[in-house]
Design a protein around this ligand. Structure first.
Ligand code: DON
Length: 309
């Protein structure tokens, strides 16, 4: 059964919203601590252009780790599959997203996958362009195209806040530089990565991006192949195996939708050949995923039989 109205979603949002009191907004990036804990929004975008939404849909949020799926797609387009996976692995990890542990124990040193911070930094390093500004502009234009929203940009305050405080990510970069995974100045990579993570949008933009991935990389309106089919498939597969960090297994069982979360509370869902989903709820559970967002997806999956398994 498909969703037929925004009113239907409104009821689910209000029920899931009750969970927001049990979580916490992220504060390790100081500027994220100002987020409103009780906000929750959802949008569902179908390939025929229908879009239903509910909750605080006008709220903008930063992509944070959701951006990792999009940089992966761009890096694959820039460098090809062989190059990308020569430098970054394809295996899930049971570790937290910012863990440095496996970088040291893995020989040769190579981040386990593109969804943990180390792997994402190595992927951002691959984006082609002469300067950080050129590379950021290429990424922004790519995301503007995917979302169909030409005004998408990044939030300077949140990017600055992470650049100032992201010393764990810096240390991942230095470790990888020592081991030849990256070879650019660490501050340049940090600059680009923090701006990438601070790219801002609302849940409707995010649902449309999810829909492009769901449609194997093709724009649902124009039909243009924005991402080659194979690369959209790779991106969705990583969403299943590593998209919700060390909660990916449980999420696959309970929800069954390829999804990627971020610490600002966003979740992008991409159900193959069916629809894209955009959610934002800044209150997070102990693994860093939107606590009400996950509950909402569980309810939607059940009600609309969305699990792909
Ligand atoms: O690198 C970081 O720590 C953040 N910019 C992104 C982390 C993130 O979203 C992980 N999410 N669950």
């Amino acid at each position: 059964m498909q969703c037929h109205s925004s009113e239907e979603l409104e009821g689910l949002v209000e029920e899931a919203r009750q969970l927001t009191v049990d979580g916490h907004v992220a504060d390790y990036i100081p500027a994220l601590a100002h987020a409103n804990q009780d906000k929750l929004s959802v949008a569902l975008y179908y390939p025929d252009g229908r879009c239903y939404s509910a909750g605080d849909t006008e709220e903008n949020f930063t992509l944070q780790s959701i951006s990792k799926v999009l940089t992966l797609a761009l890096a694959l387009m820039d460098r090809g599959e062989e190059y990308v996976f020569d430098h970054v692995g394809q295996e899930p990890t049971g570790d937290p997203f910012n863990s440095i542990a496996k970088l040291e124990t893995n020989k040769p040193s190579k981040p386990l996958n593109p969804m943990i911070n180390a792997g994402a930094l190595a992927i951002t390093h691959m984006i082609i362009g002469d300067t950080v500004e050129d590379r950021l502009e290429r990424l922004l234009n790519f995301i503007r195209k995917l979302s169909g929203n030409p005004s998408i940009n990044y939030n300077q305050i949140i990017a600055q806040s992470e650049l100032k405080t992201g010393h764990l990510n810096r240390s991942l970069c230095y470790f990888m530089k020592q081991h030849g995974v990256i070879d650019e100045p660490v501050e340049d990579l940090m600059d680009l990565y923090t701006k990438q993570c601070a790219i801002e949008m609302n849940c409707l933009d995010l649902a449309r991006i999810g829909c492009v991935l769901a449609m194997d990389g093709a724009d649902p309106v124009s039909g243009e192949q924005i991402i080659p089919r194979d690369f959209a498939r790779i991106a969705k597969t990583f969403m299943v195996t590593c998209g919700m960090y060390n909660a990916s297994g449980e999420f696959a069982i309970k929800v069954g939708i390829p999804a990627k979360s971020g610490v600002a509370g966003g979740i992008m869902g991409s159900l193959p050949r069916t629809c894209g989903i955009g959610i934002c709820g800044p209150s997070l559970d102990d693994k860093g995923n939107s606590i009400a967002g996950i509950r909402l997806l569980e309810m939607m999956s059940k009600k609309y039989s969305l699990s792909m398994f």
